[in-house]
Ligand binder design. Structure first.
Ligand code: NCD
Ligand code: ZN
Length: 350
């Protein structure tokens, strides 16, 4: 039995992370490397990371931004465009640094203008991925202007995802940052080749946190926060259920404070600064701390066919206040739950 005031788990991974590039990358990458063994690095840079050579360059930029001894490995992702070929998929996988490819419906979110305009356009690439066992990571929202923003995930399941699974039944799919009961149910009713990541902000917050008492731009992310009932509740039960189809993926997505506190604020929430503490808080609220290790450190690696990390991390039961901001290139970024108290603190990696 571990004492109740510490929690020791296998070093976790982050299966969905944005770290940007240049000085912004240097500001945030250490946050993830301190806690996580590996992270799936999202490719939505401008221009996007859409071939093996760009992925290699980005990998090197990340490694150069880190001290030598973190033991952290970035796992690279190819950004799918209407023009991605099966050969590009093969070349990327052969290069060993790329482990997955990401479908952004064009216009769905930050830097997705080069995304896919019709999923049929990438079927040759998807067929290749199915054959190679390479996971497809999906931003699951339709972009049709007529569809209400709160319904875009559920409509994506109906109109696009269920069709892709019908046509490519063995394709490995990670339904990224799920936010609805519909998505939980869909993943549960699909085969073992379909899994999902869940963010800390979708576990800890709902649309009231963003909108009641004044609009809070630092809670604005995509897919947008949904209602507590049934959606946030469904995510909490899925994450803490011990079902290996659901695993960690922070979607930590830093933006400058001024870009979020604006008349047209951009989407994305920084959580890498205290990712594992946020998940511990959510799991404790469900009395399910014993399920954290599977979710954070085991199920994702198993889905990707990668070994578990050999290090461990320890969290300590301790009240502390999330800082109001962190340096971010020549400006600052405001983290999720800035100024709020958390009762778990990352202590040590060993
Ligand atoms: C992400 C970003 O800022 O890059 N934003 C977000 O709200 N999650 C993009 C994404 O993952 O959708
Ligand atoms: Zn993301």
């Amino acid at each position: 039995m571990q004492p109740k005031d510490t929690l020791k788990i296998i070093r976790p991974d982050d299966w969905h992370l944005h770290v940007r590039s240049g000085e912004m990358l240097k500001s945030v990458i250490g946050m993830t490397a301190a806690q996580m063994g590996r992270a799936i690095i999202m490719p939505n840079l401008t221009p996007p990371v859409s071939n093996a050579a760009q992925a290699k360059q980005y990998y090197q930029e990340i490694m150069n931004a880190l001290p030598a001894d973190t033991g952290f490995t970035p796992l690279m992702v190819l950004y799918l465009t209407d023009n991605t070929t099966p050969k590009q998929i093969q070349t990327a996988l052969d290069g060993k640094l790329v482990v997955a490819a990401k479908l952004y419906p064009a216009g769905a979110t930050t830097n997705s203008d080069d995304g896919v305009t019709d999923v049929k356009n990438i079927y040759p690439a998807l067929e290749k991925m199915q054959q190679l066992g390479m996971p497809l990571l999906v931003h699951g929202e339709v972009t049709d202007a007529k569809i209400d923003i709160f319904d875009r995930e559920a409509v994506f399941i109906e109109q696009i995802l269920s069709k892709v699974i019908e046509d490519l039944p063995d394709l490995k799919i990670v339904f990224e940052h799920i936010t609805t009961k519909e998505a939980v149910d869909f993943v549960l009713s699909s085969g073992d080749n379909v899994a999902a990541t869940i963010t800390p902000h979708h576990l800890l917050a709902n649309r009231n946190d963003m909108l009641v008492g004044g609009i809070k731009p630092h809670y604005f992310c995509l897919p947008i926060l949904k209602r507590e009932n049934p959606h946030q509740r469904a995510l909490l039960s899925a994450a803490t259920s011990g079902n290996p189809k659901f695993f960690i993926g922070t979607d930590s997505a830093p933006h400058a404070k001024s870009d979020k506190e604006s008349s047209c604020g951009c989407a994305g929430v920084l959580s890498a600064n205290c990712a594992i503490e946020l998940y511990a808080t959510a799991f404790e609220s469900e009395d399910a701390l014993d399920k954290l290790e599977g979710f954070a450190s085991i199920f994702g690696a198993d889905f990707y066919g990668l070994p578990h990390n050999t290090e461990t991390i320890t969290l300590k039961k301790q009240d502390w206040i999330v800082p109001n901001s962190y340096p971010f290139a020549d400006t600052v970024v405001v983290p999720f739950m800035a100024g709020k108290m958390l009762s778990w603190k990352f202590l040590v990696k060993d």
